[in-house]
Design a protein around this ligand. Structure first.
Ligand code: 5AD
Ligand code: SF4
Length: 459
C-alpha cells in the first residue's frame, strides 16, 4: 500500500504544472479556523487570481484547514485525504495542502502516511502559502512548514475581501492558560496580541466592503494586551470601545472568553455599547471544584456565579453559553452532579457538551483516562437532556417577541430567508434574497430546538 503511494508521488514529478485557477478549502473546527481559511482565500486570490469552488472535484488546489481539539481529529483528516487521493490519481497535477492544528501537530508524519500531500503547514505559517505553492509547482517537491515564527503572519496578509455581511477579525492568538486537557497552547503557541492600529485598520477595511457585523476572535480575547500607536498597552475592553466607534458597524461580537479574566468593565460594556450584541460564550467546563482544579482552570465554581450575575445586571437580556467536558480523569458521580447543579443555577441559552478525550502532548493525557466509556456516554446524555431543555425553554420564550434579524442567506425551505437575532438565535422567515445583509424586524411565531420561525413586521 505504502510503496504504491510512493510510486504515485514519483510519477507526479513528471506531471504538467498545475494551473492555478480554482481553490477548494475544507474547514474544520472553530471560528478562528474559519477566519484563517478566509485569509488563505484572500492570499491565493491576490497571489494567483484563484477563485473558490464548492467541490474538490473542480479544484486545482485543495486545502484542508484542520482542527485537533477533540478526538479522532487525525482519523478524520486521513479519511478525507483518502477521497482527495482518488481525485489526484485522475488529475496528478492537483496540489493538496494540509494546514491548521493537525498540520501543526503531525508535521511531516502526514506526508509519510499520505505521500500525495504536497504541503503541510500550521496556523502560524499559512501566510507563506503562495510561496509554498510556487515551490511545489516549480520544483515538484513536497514542503512542510510548521515553524512558529516570531514575526507576525498578519503583516503578510492582504486586505480582507469581506462578504458584505459579517466578518471575523483575529485580535490575539494562542493561549498561555495551559488547561490540562487542551491542545491549543501546543498548536497555536503562546498568547500574542495584534497591535491596536492593525486591528482597527482591518475592521475598517471590512466595514468599507459593506460588512455590518464584526466578530473579534482569539482563543482568550480577555487576555488581549495590544500596543497602541503611542506605545500604550490596551486591554480588551479599551479595544472593544474603540472598535464599537467605527463607522458603519452595526453589530459587534467576540469570542472566546475565559472566566478567570472576565472583568466588571467587560460585563458593563454589554450595557454600555449599543452595537455590542447581547450574547456571551463563557466556557466553564465543569461545575466541580475538584475537577476545575485538576483541569488547571484557575478558578472555582463560586467565582463563576458572580460573573453571570454581573453580566445579567448590566444586560438583563444577555444570552449565555458554555462548553462542558464530561468524564475528565477522576470525575466522580458527585463531581458530575456538581456540573448539573451549576447548569441548573445558571440556566444557559446554549450549551456545547463534550466527552473528554485525551489529546496527545497535553498534561491530562498523562493521567489514566479512567472514566469508562459507558459512564461518559451516560453523563453526556444526562447533561444533554438538561441543556437541550434549557435551550428549548429559552427559545419558546422568544415567541411573540419583535426581534431584529441580520439576514444571512436563503434558507433550505423555498421562499424563506435565514438570519440571526442580536442574541445569536437562528431565525427563518418568508423573505427576499435582496434582504441579505440587511437587518429586518421580525415577529417570532414558532420555536424549535435550535431555531425560530417568524414573520416580517411590515412598517
Ligand atoms: N476533550 C474533550 N473536550 C475538549 N475540549 C477541549 N479539549 C478537549 C478534550 N481533550 C472542549 C472544551 C473547549 C472546547 C472548544 O472543546 O470544552 O472549551
Ligand atoms: Fe481546533 Fe482549537 Fe485549533 Fe481552533 S484552535 S482549530 S478549535 S484546535
Amino acid at each position: 500500500m505504502r510503496t504504491s503511494n510512493i510510486r504515485r508521488s514519483m510519477k507526479l514529478k513528471k506531471s504538467p504544472p498545475t494551473s492555478l485557477d480554482t481553490l477548494f478549502i475544507k474547514t474544520y473546527g472553530c471560528q478562528m479556523n474559519e477566519y484563517d481559511s478566509s485569509r488563505m482565500l484572500d492570499l491565493m486570490q491576490e497571489a494567483y487570481g484563484m477563485r473558490l469552488v464548492a467541490s474538490p472535484e473542480d479544484a486545482d488546489v485543495i486545502l484542508m484547514n484542520t482542527c485537533s481539539i477533540r478526538e479522532k481529529a487525525e482519523d478524520k483528516v486521513y479519511s478525507e485525504l483518502g477521497r482527495y487521493r482518488k481525485l489526484k490519481e485522475k488529475r496528478p497535477s492537483m496540489i493538496i495542502g494540509v494546514g491548521g492544528c493537525v498540520g501543526q501537530q503531525e508535521g511531516k508524519r502526514i506526508q509519510q502516511r499520505a505521500p500525495y500531500v504536497d504541503a503541510v503547514f500550521g496556523p502560524q505559517t499559512y501566510h507563506k502559502l503562495p510561496e509554498m505553492i510556487h515551490k511545489i509547482r516549480r520544483d515538484r517537491v513536497q514542503v512542510t512548514d510548521t515553524d512558529m515564527p516570531e514575526i507576525e503572519k498578519f503583516d503578510h496578509l492582504p486586505a480582507p475581501k469581506g462578504n458584505g455581511l459579517s466578518g471575523f477579525v483575529t485580535i490575539m492568538e494562542g493561549c498561555d492558560k495551559f488547561c490540562t486537557f487542551c491542545v491549543v497552547p501546543y498548536t497555536r503557541g503562546s498568547e500574542l496580541s495584534r497591535p491596536v492600529e492593525d486591528v482597527l485598520e482591518e475592521c475598517g477595511k471590512l466595514l468599507a466592503t459593506g460588512t455590518t457585523e464584526i466578530s473579534l476572535l482569539g482563543q482568550n480575547v480577555n487576555a488581549y494586551r495590544g500596543l497602541s500607536k503611542d506605545g500604550d498597552e490596551w486591554d480588551f475592553t479599551m479595544l472593544l470601545y474603540a472598535v464599537a466607534k467605527l463607522d458603519g458597524l452595526k453589530r459587534l461580537r467576540f469570542s472566546t472568553s475565559h472566566p478567570m479574566e472576565m472583568t466588571e468593565e467587560m460585563a458593563a460594556a454589554f450595557g454600555d455599547i449599543p452595537v455590542l450584541m447581547p450574547y456571551l460564550h463563557l466556557p466553564v467546563q465543569s461545575g466541580s471544584n475538584a475537577i476545575l482544579k485538576a483541569m488547571h482552570r484557575g478558578h472555582n465554581r463560586d467565582d463563576y456565579f458572580p460573573l453571570i450575575e454581573s453580566l445579567r445586571k448590566y444586560c438583563p437580556d444577555i444570552a449565555l453559553s458554555s462548553d462542558f467536558i464530561v468524564g475528565y480523569p477522576g470525575e466522580t458521580e458527585e463531581d458530575f452532579e456538581a456540573t448539573l447543579d451549576l447548569v441548573r443555577r445558571v440556566n444557559y441559552d446554549f450549551s456545547y457538551c463534550f466527552k473528554y478525550s485525551p489529546r496527545p502532548g497535553t498534561p491530562a493525557a498523562q493521567s489514566e483516562d479512567n472514566v469508562p466509556e459507558a459512564i461518559k456516554n451516560e453523563r453526556l446524555q444526562r447533561l444533554l437532556e438538561l441543556t437541550r431543555l434549557q435551550t428549548r425553554q429559552a427559545m419558546v420564550k422568544q415567541i411573540g417577541r419583535a426581534v431584529e434579524v441580520l439576514v444571512e442567506k436563503e434558507s433550505k425551505k423555498e421562499g424563506e430567508m435565514q438570519g440571526r437575532t442580536a442574541d445569536y438565535r437562528i431565525v427563518h422567515f418568508k423573505g427576499q434574497v435582496r434582504q441579505i445583509g440587511q437587518i429586518m424586524p421580525v415577529r417570532i411565531t414558532e420555536a424549535y430546538g435550535q431555531s425560530l420561525h417568524g414573520v416580517l413586521i411590515l412598517a
